[in-house]
Ligand binder design. Structure first.
Ligand code: MG
Length: 401
């Protein structure tokens, strides 16, 4: 791992250098300002996997530096450091994420070796998203149509487990574009284009078909999983959607109740009648309906009121790190309480560490999904993962009754 340290204080720099060498990180460069860092980054290779940034610097401060970094689309991990209080660090981290930078950790000065190690330990989890690095390409509608037609879109699957006993309950299908030249392309790089091109229905259909094929194979091997597929609210305006879903499931030999449609945000509902018609018939046919990313964007109480959801997915931003954040705790507790009263199944996304898990379990959340359990994986890997998980993986998380 190659790390760049940006701090105006020479003492802080040499302390960090020493700590990094204790963590066996050999490739370290040190600079004393945001300006120096930007010119070093502009020289390009070798690229850095992580930057450790002091937020309080004379000249260009940390926040300004992050703005420049975002413009350069830096794809490595960021570790933010400050002597200021935790709220400020948190706000800056949020700002950085909003600018699509990848924050691996926030550290309070003086830096503890263990927290530094932990933060840097989170950096490789970004690796899968850095495949394209700064060479990020843009695609057009033709590329996309071809990709759908030739099967270049493949599903990865991220497991969901029941918190009370660790049982493997389902998977969320997450689409990737296996591009012949560019490698694995992530949804953030092509979903906006899907929407602009009016290809949402085609994409949702392709993802659902792939997920059902996979579910069929897992069932054949004795593993009965629910499969969740992301669809845009706009897809719910197609009156024949319930029939399409049910027919596709029947053809694949998978019960309709094993299919969950995760509905993502959309503008204010244009045509509530039509939406209710489709949503209600999906539920009558026992297809699950989850409100995705609950609490963000348009995934709000109004949607819960209007649409017959039977599952609520807590957005990662309310889950990870909640146990040490009183505001998040309050939101989480209230949301889970409400979901229980409404009779909704609850699934937490972004369960990334033991604290997240214990916290949600204490609040009686039903299911968990996140890196702590498993990263998204190809369909073929699910069976092996699941037997590993049953053999040993879940024992460290599930308390004996
Ligand atoms: Mg989702």
């Amino acid at each position: 791992m190659r790390v760049l340290v940006i701090d105006d204080d020479p003492f802080a720099r040499s302390l960090l250098a020493r700590q990094l060498s204790e963590l066996a990180i050999q490739e370290v460069e040190l600079v004393d300002s945001g300006e120096a860092a930007l010119s070093r980054l502009a020289r390009g290779m070798p690229a850095f996997d992580a930057l450790i940034v002091d937020l309080n610097m004379p000249g260009m401060d940390g926040v300004q530096f992050l703005r420049h970094l975002a413009r350069q689309r830096f794809r490595g991990g960021l570790v933010l450091v400050s002597g200021e209080d935790a709220d400020i660090l948190r706000s800056v981290a949020k700002l950085a994420s909003a600018r699509r930078l990848r924050v691996a950790g926030t550290l309070h000065k003086p830096i503890a070796l263990e927290s530094l190690g932990q933060a840097l330990g989170a950096v490789p989890t970004f690796a899968e998203s850095t495949v394209m690095g700064d060479m990020r390409r843009t695609y057009d509608e033709q590329d996309l149509r071809k990709a759908i037609a030739t099967g270049q879109l493949v599903n990865f699957y991220q497991p969901q487990v029941r918190m009370i006993d660790g049982a493997v309950a389902g998977v969320e299908a997450l689409v990737r574009w296996q591009h012949p030249d560019d490698g694995l392309v992530f949804p953030s790089d092509f979903i906006p284009l899907v929407e602009q091109s009016g290809l949402s229905d085609e994409l949702a259909g392709a993802v659902l078909a792939g997920a059902l094929r996979a579910a069929r194979q897992w069932r054949g091997a004795g593993l009965e999983l629910r499969v969740s597929v992301n669809v845009a609210m706009d897809n719910l305006f197609a009156l024949d959607l319930p029939e399409k879903v049910v027919n596709a499931a029947a053809e694949a030999g998978v019960p309709a109740e094993c299919v969950v449609l995760e509905i993502t945000e959309s503008q204010v509902t244009r045509d509530l009648d039509r939406l209710l018609d489709v949503a209600t018939r999906l539920r009558l046919k026992r297809v699950g309906l989850a409100i995705d990313d609950f609490g963000t964007g348009y995934s709000s109480l109004a949607q819960l009121r209007d649409v017959p959801f039977d599952e609520l997915k807590l957005d990662r931003s309310f889950v990870h790190g909640a146990s040490s954040n009183p505001q998040l705790q309050a939101i989480l507790r209230a949301t889970l309480d409400m979901a229980r009263q409404l009779g909704l199944r609850t699934v937490a996304e972004g369960v990334e560490d033991r604290e997240d898990w214990d916290n949600l379990r204490d609040m009686a959340c039903d299911f968990a999904q996140g890196y702590l359990i498993a990263r998204p994986m190809p369909a073929e890997a699910i069976l092996n993962w699941s037997s590993d998980w049953r053999a040993k993986g879940h024992q460290r998380l599930v308390k004996p009754q």
